[in-house]
Design a protein around this ligand. Structure first.
Ligand code: FES
Ligand SMILES: [Fe+2]
Length: 346
């Protein structure tokens, strides 16, 4: 199977995508967001239920995001047609009998563990058991920092970036990586719908970020171990522990003298040139210190700005020079597996 660097059909519709932080969706202001090229309007009913509808009125296609939220639905503020939470027409001004066929498309939404997931396929096929669990959200031993990036690049390039942590010593030598990490390879295990990758760096200096919060007296054993869920959600364990404490043989979250993190990255294609990138980074130390929440946030955003600059430049280069065929190296194993799995599903 040949895999173009920007595949024509990389986007799976039968999937859950992170669409917005739950706090962005209110009963006061409609939120417009584009996912897989579909324009959505998000809002809450008076009962607090989050709703996603096509952002086009069924009358003459004005955006419903310019409309007004009412207790049981949203009213288009062009000619006043009102729609309910499943997209049904509730009211047409001066037309008492309504219009049974005047519906807008509804997208199933699920609010879970601090994420708001939208199903982009046929609503009847939405399978909520496929949404990943994030138990860290309810565990007082873990404290979150979270953020969002709007990346001007195709989602497959953003996914490639995360699927090969071999870029850390080159893109992030002064933030979340260290140059010594370049000597270690990645163990890659294909899964039915995803991939597991494990990188351990033994007896190396801690990354600048980990050193600044962990204050290690000497070298560390550090790790990045993640599970990728199709199409584009990464669930990552990372951390650093003093070398010689046997970190590799202990379960995540309970290593001696270590700082440990859990990270979820959820990538959502806006269209073929833009990606929504939502992340939460939990830590297991100083969990009651709000200053540490800010420090972690700043460090992660600094690193992600480095990724963003590289991936956006790559996207522009690919768009300009599509006659150049990419060549694979061994470190591409995980991203190749994911691209093949997505291509098969699409
Ligand atoms: S376009 Fe919405 S009511 Fe006319
Ligand atoms: Fe990166």
């Amino acid at each position: 199977m040949s895999l173009a660097i920007l595949p024509d059909k990389f986007f799976l519709r039968d999937a859950w995508y992170m669409v917005a932080w739950p706090s962005e969706v209110t009963a006061q202001e409609p939120l417009a967001r584009t996912v897989l090229g579909d324009d959505l309007v998000l809002f809450r009913t008076a009962a607090g239920e989050a709703v996603a509808l096509e952002d086009r009125c069924a009358h003459r296609l004005a955006p419903l995001s310019k409309g007004r939220i009412e207790s049981d639905g949203i009213r288009c503020m062009y000619h006043g047609v009102k729609f309910g939470a499943v997209g049904q027409c509730l009211e047409i001004p001066a037309q008492p009998q309504g219009h049974p066929n005047m519906c807008v498309r509804r997208y199933p939404l699920v609010e879970k563990d601090g994420f708001l997931w939208v199903w982009m396929g046929i609503p009847e096929q939405a399978d909520t058991t496929k949404i990943i669990d994030a138990p860290w959200a309810h565990d007082p031993r873990w404290a979150p920092s979270q953020g969002y990036l709007h990346v001007h690049a195709h989602m497959s390039l953003v996914a490639d970036n995360l699927l090969d942590f071999g870029h850390l010593p080159f893109v992030h030598p002064n933030t979340v990586g260290s140059v010594q990490q370049a000597d270690f390879s990645t163990q890659v295990t294909p899964l039915t719908e995803g991939v597991q990758t494990d990188r351990w760096y033994i007896d190396v200096p801690a990354s600048r970020f980990h050193q600044s919060v962990g204050r290690f007296p000497g070298n560390v054993d550090a790790w990045h171990c993640f599970r990728w869920h199709l199409p584009a959600v990464m669930s990552l364990d990372s951390g650093s522990a003093p070398t010689g404490t046997g970190a590799r043989d202990k379960p995540h979250g309970s290593r001696e003298g270590a700082i440990e993190f859990h990270h979820i990255a959820a990538l959502t294609p806006q269209d073929e040139d833009h990606t929504h990138y939502f992340w939460i980074h939990w830590r297991n130390f100083e969990v009651d210190n709000p200053e540490m929440t800010d420090i972690v946030h700043r460090n992660i955003m600094a690193a992600f700005a480095e990724d963003q600059a590289m991936v956006e430049a790559q996207h522009r280069a690919v768009r300009r020079g599509a006659q150049t065929v990419p060549k694979a190296i061994m470190a591409d194993k995980a991203l190749t597996i994911i691209r093949q799995q997505v291509a098969k599903r699409v």
